[in-house]
Ligand binder design. Structure first.
Ligand SMILES: [Zn+2]
Length: 321
């Protein structure tokens, strides 16, 4: 079963180690994603996020450094993996028996509110971007707990509206993971193309603010969007003690619920590998087929699992890239 994963933080993990003068690469490492593990896991495509934390130095510089690492590492492994700038690149890579790498940005603040910087990121190969991470930025707000209250009603700022218009024009997939509920609806009401929640689960099953309400899931499905199943225990089960092992059974609960609310075509994978701090029952990228087998045991048909594992995201890429 082929795999398309919409989110991992492996590039940032490698960069952090390099900055400590450690010799770490994408080919073969101790993280959860590397070329060897992806091959074993039957990957078709991995979305690699250039994640930056706005509280740790200059976000634009850090993003550019991560993107440089991405290009260098993909080039160093060009026998096995190729960058994706268009849908045809995915087909070309399949023909050459290679995997694909798509570059995303996690934290729209690295554009500093400047559309010219956004366009330059497109030129550097960025094809997906979250508007925010867990902090307010020039573009909008995430859901935040203020006092004891969950605040979801602060959406996009003026700049955010300018950005989503330009992203649609350019062909950068809008990613609503981390964005507030109000931001989600701002995007829904001011865009036409499908968009994604690259690594978010169901809030009915696990009440974390990073997850999506049933209404959001339904609206995302109606638009033709896809949400990627996140493997982080804190987003999977309310009863998990912080950073407990994440369980396949909990993943299945989410997938069953999301299917009931939005249908099979809204579901994809967004492991968040190398960005999550918990242990995962699916230990790393090489073990993805365990999840496929478990889904089939739980009553999902081969065709349904294919849609979740790669077809839904592939269809969205065909439409937007
Ligand atoms: Zn994230």
């Amino acid at each position: 079963m082929k795999v398309i994963d919409m989110h991992c933080d492996t590039m940032k993990a490698i960069l952090d180690e390099r900055d400590k003068n450690k010799n770490v690469n994408l080919k073969n490492n101790n993280f959860t994603v590397d070329i060897e593990k992806m091959k074993q896991g039957d990957y078709m495509l991995q979305v690699f996020a250039a994640y930056t934390n706005i509280k740790e130095g200059d976000t634009l510089v850090n993003c550019l450094r991560t993107i440089d690492l991405f290009h260098n590492e993909i080039k160093a492994n060009k026998e096995d993996i190729g960058i994706v700038l268009s849908y045809d690149d995915i087909l070309k890579n399949i023909k050459q028996n290679k995997m694909s790498a798509l570059l995303s940005i996690e934290e729209g603040a690295c554009c500093k509110g400047d559309l010219g910087i956004l366009r330059n990121f497109y030129r550097l190969g960025v094809r997906m971007m979250t508007l925010t991470w867990n902090y307010e930025n020039e573009l909008g707000f995430p859901n935040e707990i203020i006092g004891n209250k969950l605040v979801c009603d602060r959406g996009l700022k003026n700049k955010g509206f300018e950005f989503i218009e330009e992203m649609e024009k350019l062909g950068i997939i809008i990613d609503v993971s981390h964005l507030s509920d109000a931001g989600f609806y701002d995007i829904l009401n001011n865009t036409k193309k499908p968009f994604v929640a690259s690594h978010s689960n169901s809030r009915s099953i696990c009440g974390h603010r990073r997850n999506m309400t049933d209404d959001m899931i339904k609206k995302l499905a109606d638009r033709g969007g896809v949400m990627g199943l996140n493997f982080y225990s804190n987003f999977l089960n309310d009863n998990t003690t912080f950073n407990n092992m994440s369980k396949i059974d909990d993943m299945i609960n989410h997938v069953k619920h999301i299917k009931k609310i939005g249908g099979i075509e809204v579901i994809g994978l967004g492991s968040d590998f190398d960005g999550i701090e918990c242990k995962v029952e699916i230990e790393d990228a090489s073990k993805m087929q365990i999840l496929a087998e478990k889904m089939k045991k739980e009553g999902f048909t081969e065709n349904e699992v294919e849609h979740i594992f790669y077809k839904n995201v592939l269809n969205l890429f065909r439409e937007i890239l």
